[in-house]
Design a protein around this ligand. Structure first.
Ligand SMILES: Cc1cc2nc3c(=O)[nH]c(=O)nc-3n(C[C@H](O)[C@H](O)[C@H](O)COP(=O)(O)O)c2cc1C
Length: 617
């Protein structure tokens, strides 16, 4: 039975019974009607309260949040009310005179309150017990322990409908975590206000491919200000939230940006943290190192490198053991913006394919198991500044038992996709050819500034021309870091395109599943209307065979790539005057079924719904 039928069902049955009784001339009196409604209301209330208490316990939600405190008070008041009025109901049921029942004092009130408290405590206890917080042991003797480890993490972090009862989070996620890191004791370097109007209009396809414009001269502090702002700066403030240039799951913004400044006019070479709340740099007091262990070329250092980390707790407090998927995709969204903005400032970017997380973490002064180093982006003219991803320089980081890690499954997934530097011989520079696509022109920095997630769409079908342009702009550029990701497209309402799921490859769509699957795709995306009502949906998947060829590190790369694609999608839809929203919350197996793919071969990683924005966004 669908969720809706379960919820509406009892009320519908009652309405039918009323109609039948009215038809046979036994309509209840006003008093009787009142009592019956009170009984149904009480039943609904008790189920709601029970589920709330179960959920607080099961998902380790903060039990003393405003919402819950009011809930407990309401629960207590309703119990008192029920206890006082129970006699009326009993009297009505026994066909006694309601008035005489209500006039008698309530009896056994204490017993009823105790019984209700027992029910509440039982719901809490069951919530605590339901599901195991432990990650099952890794499969013994697996040929590739790291690949098995990421497959294991992926399975553990899947959304499934029955998962709520089978698993509870492996970590106490409810500790407070600040939105910004407090570095008030360290010297600060103010940045000028980013001059967003500086960029000229250019073909968006070229911009999203990361093809640099002709540089104006030496990279300057003003340019750096624009680059950092476009990567992780604050672009809007709404309802107590600082909204940022790049999207973030749940608006939790776990991504932190560090700067290794080698050759920037007006900025001392050094290692800095970017403070988005002040739009300033904080000098961490360490010299910058173009170290091969960081994926950088010491003989030809870049102008700068951006190190992306993630404060796992910020996202874990909401998304629990699924957090690692989100934080990497979030980092990808920030990097996607950085690539586009750097190109607009005249510089090319290279994402280091291999680097030693622990060494980079030490160089920027963070604890890699709590604030994980996710990516290093070299920014330089042409193809300089990053080394090729050579496996001979690195080996996978030793796996750690998740139970020994404070952040459980999240730190486990991070370790499983991390590398250790073992060799210092330099490989040849890695050149990536870029292909220009698309005709749409825009000021990309303005797109970054105005980009926002849109979740409501107009009802009409979307023009096919928009779909072709958005797909070409966002998915046309060559992959930045993972060759294992694949792009699917779900047409819910696209003029001239049969509804269904398609694989997007080489600029063309090939049907994967035919038929109107809007409801199905909406249900798969945790029933989110943003996907159900979007005229079109992009789904990024990862091919598991190709992933295996990239080793466990490929798992992280796949989410980064999905995030970068997400960032490009935001900018591409903005350039076309459309709206869209990234979505990371979905039932994995249902999402695979929607696309007509097999979980043994591909895993869905990321959704993006887009279309013409409704006025109500
Ligand atoms: C990886 C990722 C996953 C997201 N998942 C969802 C989602 O499941 N549902 C949703 O409504 N928004 C989702 N979002 C959008 C964020 O909620 C949004 O970016 C955030 O609220 C900030 O708002 P803005 O994008 O308008 O700046 C996701 C964003 C990212 C980057």
């Amino acid at each position: 039975m669908s969720k809706l039928a379960l919820i509406i069902g009892p009320i519908a049955i009652y309405l039918v019974s009323l109609a039948v009784r009215a038809a046979v001339g036994r309509r209840p009196t006003r008093h009787g009607f009142n009592v019956e409604i009170a009984v149904i209301l009480s039943a609904y209330f008790l189920v709601t309260a029970g589920l709330g208490i179960f959920w607080v316990a099961n998902q380790q939600l903060p039990p003393f949040d405003w919402h819950y405190l009011f809930g407990y008070a309401t629960f207590g008041l309703v119990l008192a009310h029920l206890a006082l009025n129970a006699r009326i109901v009993v009297a009505y049921a026994r066909k006694k005179k309601a008035a005489s029942a209500s006039s008698r004092p309530a009896q056994g009130l204490a017993g009823k309150v105790v019984a209700a408290l027992v029910i509440a405590c039982s719901a809490f206890y069951m919530g605590m017990r339901a599901g195991s917080p432990k990650l099952a042991a890794l499969p013994e003797g697996a040929a590739d322990a790291h690949a098995s480890a990421v497959a294991h993490y992926h399975a553990v972090s899947m959304h499934t409908r029955e998962g709520v009862l089978l698993r509870s989070p492996s970590v106490a996620w409810d500790l407070p975590v600040p939105r910004y890191i407090d570095r008030s004791g360290l010297p600060r370097v103010e940045l000028p206000r980013p001059n967003i109007a500086r960029g000229a209009e250019r073909p968006v396809g070229e911009a999203l491919s990361g093809i640099p414009v002709k540089p104006r001269g030496r990279f300057h502090r003003d340019d750096l200000s624009v680059l950092l702002w476009a990567t992780a700066g604050i672009t809007d403030r709404r309802g107590g939230y600082d909204l940022r240039a790049s999207a973030s799951s749940g608006a939790l913004f776990p991504t932190e940006i560090y700067l290794l400044a080698f050759d920037i006019e007006g900025i001392e070479p050094g290692t800095y943290a970017y403070a988005p709340d002040a739009h300033a740099l904080v000098n961490l007091g360490m010299p910058p190192r173009a170290d091969p262990a960081f994926g950088l070329d010491p003989d030809d250092p870049p102008v700068l490198a951006l190190v992306t980390t993630s404060v796992f707790r910020r996202t874990g407090q909401k998304y629990r053991d699924r957090a690692y998927r989100y934080v990497v995709a979030d980092a990808g969204h920030a990097i996607g913006n950085a690539i586009v903005a750097a190109a607009d400032l005249g510089l090319a970017t290279r994402l280091a394919g291999r680097f030693d997380e622990a060494l980079v973490a030490r160089a920027i002064g963070v604890d890699n198991r709590k604030e994980g180093v996710l990516a290093v982006l070299a920014v330089a003219p042409g193809s300089r500044g990053a080394v090729a991803a050579s496996d001979s320089l690195f080996e996978p980081m030793a796996l750690v038992n998740p139970e020994e890690l404070e952040l459980g499954a999240t730190a486990f997934a991070h370790t499983a996709t991390s590398m250790t530097f073992i060799n210092s011989s330099m490989p040849v520079a890695n050149k990536i050819d870029m292909v220009a696509t698309g005709e749409t022109s825009a000021r990309v920095l303005s797109l970054i500034q105005s980009r926002r997630s849109a979740r409501n769409f107009r009802g009409e079908a979307l023009a096919l021309e928009h779909v072709s342009a958005v797909l070409a702009l966002a998915a046309g550029p060559r992959p930045v870091v993972s060759h294992a990701t694949r792009v699917y497209f779900v047409a819910n309402r696209v003029a001239g395109l049969e509804p269904g799921a398609y694989r997007y490859e080489g600029g063309a769509l090939s049907p994967a599943r035919k038929g109107d699957i809007a409801n199905e795709v909406g249900r798969a995306a945790l029933d989110q209307d943003v996907i159900r009502n979007a005229p079109s949906v992009v789904v990024v998947t990862v091919d598991r065979r190709a992933l295996a060829a990239e080793g466990a590190r490929g798992y992280r790369h796949a989410f980064l790539e999905a995030g970068i694609l997400g960032a490009r999608l935001y900018l591409a839809v903005a350039a076309r005057g459309l709206g869209g929203c990234s979505v990371g919350a979905f039932y994995d197996e249902e999402a695979a079924r929607v696309l007509g793919i097999n979980m043994e071969e591909q895993w869905p990683l990321h959704f993006f719904g887009f279309g013409e924005k409704a006025d109500s966004n």
